[in-house]
Design a protein around this ligand. Structure first.
Ligand SMILES: Cc1cc2nc3c(=O)[nH]c(=O)nc-3n(C[C@H](O)[C@H](O)[C@H](O)COP(=O)(O)OP(=O)(O)OC[C@H]3O[C@@H](n4cnc5c(N)ncnc54)[C@H](O)[C@@H]3O)c2cc1C
Length: 470
C-alpha cells in the first residue's frame, strides 16, 4: 500500500508529491495528459522552433514561492530569466507606468503626485517580505504566523477593496497599473482583499522580479518531476482518474483537481455545490517575425505588458466578462513576451508572445480580432509581425485541462470570500469529509498561480494525518 496517491501533475500536485516524498512517504502521481505540468507547460503550438507556454509564462509567485525556494530545483534544470522590467503598462500617449525591480523607478513612473504614496505603501513591507509571504500564503493558518504584527499590518492595507486603495493615488497612471494587477487573478476591482492581491504582485516584483523559466514553463514542471523521481516517487501519465477505484490502494489520496471533479470522483456528493467558477479567458499564442512594436519604449523591455487605456477600461472589461455575460470590447489584455528575456524560445530574431482577454465562463466566440485591435492601439504594426497564431477559448482550455472549468484559469471565481477562503469556508480547506481524501489544487488557498503553495499546505495536512494514524 502506498502512503499517498496524487491525482494531477500540475504545479500543486507535483509539489504535494515532492513534499511527501521528502518526508519519507511513498508517493505516486497519476496525470490525465501525456505530459506533466498542468498550467506550467511548453509546446510548439505554432511553427517549428517557437516554444510557447500555453498557460503560465511569467512567474512572480513562482520565483518567490517559499515551497519552490526550499527545493533544489535549479539542480534539475530550472533557471529563472529576467527581462529588464518585470512589467509595463503603456498608455495611448506613448508613455508607460512600470513595475520595476526598484521601488524608486516604479514610483517615478507614476508621476510626482503619486511617487511618495507608492513608496509609503510598499516600502514598509519589503524588509519583511519573505516572512510576510510565507504567513500570507499559509492562510487560513496551517501554522502560527511567524510575524503576526506584519501580517496584521498587511491585512489592514490589503483586506479592503482595491478601489479604496486606488483612492490614495491622485492620477490614473498608478490606478490603472494597480487595477491591472488585481485583474491577474480575475478578481472584481471592488472585491474584498483585492488591495492585497495587487500589493502581493507589486512586492513580488521588487523582491525577486517576474521571471520566465529558461526554455519555457515546462522547465518548472520537469524540475519538480525529476526531483520527485530522485526522491523515489513515481509519475504515471495518460491516466485519467474517473473513480477512486481507478487508483492503487493508498493511505491518502490528494487531488490536484477542481472541487467539482473531486466530488464526482471520490463520491463526496454535494460537498462543493456552492463552489462558483468565474469568467474564462480567450488566449492567443503568436509566433512573431520580430519584437512587438510597442510605442512605449518601456514595454519593449518588459516581460509582462498589461494593455488597457485606463482603469475604467479594465473595470468595464472585467464587469462585462464576469457580471454582464458578454465579451468585452475593448478587452483588457495581459500579455507576456518570454523571448525578450529568453532568446531560446524562438529562432534568431523571431519572438513568441501571448495575450489573453477575459470572456464569460464557457463563452464560445472568437476574441482574436478584438485582441488584435487592442494591441494595434499600443503597438501599431503588430499584425504585420504575425507569422502564425494559435487560439484557445474556454472550450479548448477546458478540453486541455479539466481544472479550467468553462475556461476559468483560476479554477474558481476569485470574488467575495472565495478569493481567500476556498473551496469552502473552513479552517481546514485541504481536508474533505472523507478522512483519506484531500484537495491541493489552486481551488484551495492561496489560490491561482504557479507557486506550489496549495500543494505544500495540503501535503502538510496529509503528513500530519499519516503520522497521527501511524
Ligand atoms: C492561459 C493561462 C495563463 C496563465 N498565466 C499564468 C502566469 O503567467 N503565471 C502564473 O503564475 N500562473 C498563470 N496561470 C495560472 C496557473 O497556470 C495555475 O494557477 C496553476 O497551474 C494551477 O496549478 P494546479 O497544480 O493547481 O493545477 P493545474 O496546473 O491546472 O494542474 C492540474 C493537473 O491535473 C490534471 N488532472 C485534472 N483532472 C484529472 C483527473 N481526473 N485525472 C488525472 N489528472 C487530472 C490536469 O490534466 C492537470 O495536469 C495561467 C493559467 C492559464 C490557463
Amino acid at each position: 500500500m502506498l502512503d499517498a496517491v496524487v491525482v494531477g501533475a500540475g504545479p500543486n500536485g507535483l509539489t504535494a508529491a515532492v513534499e511527501l516524498a521528502r518526508r519519507g512517504f511513498s508517493v505516486a502521481v497519476f496525470e490525465a495528459r501525456s505530459t506533466v505540468g498542468g498550467g506550467a507547460r511548453t509546446e510548439e503550438l505554432t511553427l517549428p522552433g517557437f516554444r510557447h507556454d500555453p498557460c503560465s509564462a511569467a512567474h512572480p509567485l513562482g520565483v518567490n514561492s517559499p515551497a519552490f525556494r526550499a527545493m533544489p530545483l535549479e539542480r534539475y534544470g530550472l533557471e529563472w530569466l529576467h527581462a529588464r522590467l518585470p512589467m509595463a503598462h503603456p498608455f495611448p500617449d506613448g508613455s508607460a507606468a512600470v513595475l520595476a525591480r526598484s521601488v524608486a523607478e516604479t514610483a517615478a513612473s507614476f508621476g510626482p503626485r503619486d511617487a511618495g504614496t507608492y513608496r509609503r505603501l510598499v516600502e514598509p513591507f519589503l524588509p519583511k517580505w519573505d516572512v510576510l509571504l510565507r504567513d500570507f500564503m499559509s492562510l487560513p493558518m496551517s501554522a502560527l504566523p511567524r510575524d503576526p504584527v506584519t501580517l496584521a499590518r498587511f491585512g489592514l492595507a490589503g483586506l479592503p477593496p482595491s478601489t479604496w486603495l486606488m483612492r490614495r493615488f491622485h492620477d490614473d497612471r498608478a490606478r490603472t497599473l494597480f487595477a491591472g494587477l488585481v485583474a491577474h487573478v480575475i478578481a472584481p476591482l471592488d472585491g474584498i482583499v483585492t488591495s492585497g492581491v495587487g500589493m502581493v504582485f507589486a512586492l513580488a516584483a521588487h523582491a525577486r522580479g517576474w521571471p520566465v523559466a529558461r526554455g519555457g514553463s515546462q522547465a518548472i514542471s520537469d524540475a519538480l518531476t525529476a526531483y520527485l523521481r530522485d526522491l523515489g516517487g513515481a509519475v504515471h501519465t495518460d491516466y485519467e482518474v474517473k473513480r477512486l477505484d481507478d487508483l492503487p490502494p493508498a493511505r491518502a489520496y490528494v487531488f490536484d483537481t477542481s472541487p467539482t471533479a473531486l466530488a464526482r470522483i471520490a463520491g463526496l456528493g454535494s460537498a462543493y455545490t456552492g463552489y462558483r467558477y468565474g469568467a474564462g479567458v480567450f488566449k492567443v499564442d503568436y509566433a512573431l517575425d520580430g519584437p512587438v512594436p510597442w510605442t512605449a519604449e518601456e514595454a519593449r523591455s518588459a516581460g509582462t505588458v498589461q494593455v488597457a487605456a485606463s482603469r475604467a477600461e479594465i473595470g468595464a472589461a472585467l464587469h462585462a466578462a464576469s457580471r454582464e455575460g458578454r465579451a468585452p470590447d475593448p478587452p483588457f489584455l495581459i500579455t507576456v513576451q518570454p523571448s525578450v528575456a529568453d532568446p531560446t524560445r524562438a529562432p534568431a530574431g523571431k519572438h513568441v508572445f501571448w495575450a489573453y482577454g477575459h470572456v464569460p465562463n464557457g463563452w464560445e466566440g472568437d476574441l482574436t480580432d478584438a485582441i488584435e485591435r487592442q494591441l494595434e492601439r499600443f503597438a501599431p504594426g503588430f499584425r504585420d509581425r504575425v507569422l502564425a497564431r494559435a487560439t484557445s477559448g474556454p472550450p479548448e482550455l477546458a478540453e486541455r485541462n479539466a481544472n479550467y472549468v468553462g475556461g476559468d484559469i483560476a479554477c474558481g471565481a476569485a470574488s467575495g470570500l472565495q478569493l481567500l477562503l476556498r473551496p469552502k469556508l473552513s479552517l481546514f480547506p485541504y481536508a474533505t469529509k472523507h478522512p483519506a481524501v484531500f484537495i491541493c489544487s489552486s481551488a484551495t488557498p492561496p489560490g491561482p498561480g504557479v507557486h506550489g503553495m496549495s500543494g505544500h499546505n495540503a501535503a502538510k495536512a496529509v503528513w500530519k494525518r499519516l503520522r497521527a494514524a501511524a
